[in-house]
Write a protein that binds this ligand. Structure first.
Ligand code: ADP
Length: 405
């Protein structure tokens, strides 16, 4: 099946066009600066050079028209007819408590996504725009929504409830939701496959470390806890986000500095984390270089980053009552041997022993723990778009099989 995967933001749309039988992206690209007269589409067909097109792309519908046109283009395209697009899969950030899996998009589903706008005011509206624009451009093609939150929705109340009056959970749905669910699901499944064991008998901790960072405790294939919470601000230290802290700190700063709610939000989401602590950069490569040059603030930022991951490994091993594997993924998790080394240092008591050679030179999906490590440590590149494509294929095929003959 040929599936177009879309990740729609407020002024950009990222896309990948998959052949799900081969599990490869035939083309990938991005439309940026939507709404401007000089919007840019970059497009890379599999195995070929990237091309760049500048045009007036005033809304999401025109952006998708451009994407379809480039997929059809004689020189850079990968299909000959629009009809070859069998289905479209959308990344949708917040499914609230409504969705515990991917779904075919219907009017009812659209209403539920709209109801969850309050929980993700920056993300769900552009996701909805992308879906509506696709409906305009490809009216007869089935569309599927794959939610960042779905994998975590069924964690137990002891993991998702906050210690605030229960009424507030009932009234405003304030609870831990968790994000990066597609990635945690994918890498935990890949880890089980790589270890050649059924996921139903494994206790896995997954660490998705990119610009945003989160961890999940995956017990028997199910997420039973995760570090991000009501919003993607909680948990680990991130590029520009604070992660965990005493909630009183922000009330105190707001009082002292006279910050509005919106300014406080910006402080915690954009000026904290690695950039806030180091004063240097939100980019882990630059933090690592600064650490190696002896920069003390960068070293503090690096240490807070790795220490918190280490603490959550301990916490989640305790929560699951055991541990079989730790998986590193995301830009930092996949590429930083320095972060993996620091996180796994002195963890022999828990059965974690890294193989330093394997850690420094992992290729593709790899076990990087030593032979005698009771807990396996893995480096697995994430592929959220492939999961969206495969979920979309599965749901559309089920739908076709259920049609009356
Ligand atoms: P996003 O969350 O936006 O998808 P990525 O998963 O691409 O981001 O991760 C971006 C992070 O990965 C940045 O902090 C970047 O510095 C880090 N990163 C990428 N390559 C390396 C590397 N070789 N060593 C250390 N960090 C890296």
């Amino acid at each position: 099946m040929k599936v177009l995967v879309l990740n729609s933001g407020s002024s950009s749309i990222k896309y990948q066009f998959f052949d799900t039988d081969e599990k490869i992206a035939l083309a990938k690209g991005m439309v940026e600066r939507i709404g401007m007269s000089s919007a840019v589409l970059t497009h890379t067909p599999h195995g070929k050079e990237k091309i760049r097109i500048v045009g007036e792309i005033l809304d999401h519908s025109i952006a998708i028209e451009y994407v379809i046109a480039v997929l059809l283009s004689p020189n850079h395209g990968v299909i000959k007819d629009k009809k070859e697009i069998d289905a479209v899969g959308h990344r949708v950030v917040h499914g609230g408590e409504t969705f515990s899996g991917s779904v075919l998009i219907t009017d009812q589903v659209m209403n539920a996504i709209k109801e969850n706008i309050e929980l993700a005011p920056l993300h769900n509206p552009p996701n909805i725009k992308g879906i509506n624009a696709t409906k305009e451009q490809l009216p007869n093609v089935p569309q599927v929504a794959v939610f960042d939150t779905a994998f975590h929705v069924q964690m137990p109340p002891k993991a998702f409830l906050y210690g605030i009056p229960y009424e507030l959970y009932r009234k405003y749905k304030i609870r831990r939701y968790g994000f990066h669910g597609t990635s945690h699901r994918y890498v935990s499944e890949r880890a089980a496959a790589l270890l050649n064991r059924p996921i139903e008998e494994l206790k896995i901790i997954t660490a998705h470390l990119g610009n945003g960072c989160s961890m999940a405790a995956v017990d028997c294939g199910k997420s039973v806890d995760t570090t991000m919470g009501f919003t993607p601000l909680e948990g680990l230290l991130m590029g520009t986000r604070s992660g965990d802290m005493d909630p009183s700190v922000i009330l105190y700063i707001m009082g002292k500095e006279g910050l509005s709610i919106s300014e406080a939000n910006t402080l915690l989401n954009k000026h904290s984390g690695l950039i806030g602590l180091s004063g240097e950069s939100s980019d882990m490569r630059e933090i690592e270089n600064a650490v190696l040059e002896g920069n003390k603030k960068a070293k503090n930022a690096f240490d807070v980053f790795t220490y918190r991951i280490k603490k959550y490994i301990g916490a989640y091993a305790a929560a699951m009552g055991g541990l079989d594997a730790v998986v590193f993924t995301g830009g930092i998790g996949e590429n930083s041997d320095m972060v993996r080394r620091d996180v796994c240092a002195n963890m022999e008591f828990l059965g974690i022993k890294l193989d330093e050679n394997l850690n420094q030179n992992p290729k593709g999906e790899a076990v990087i723990s030593s032979e005698d490590s009771e807990v396996k440590v893995l480096r697995i590149p994430t592929n959220e778009e492939l999961v969206i494509a495969l979920d979309t294929e599965k749901i559309v095929r089920e739908q076709l099989n259920n049609l009356p003959s």
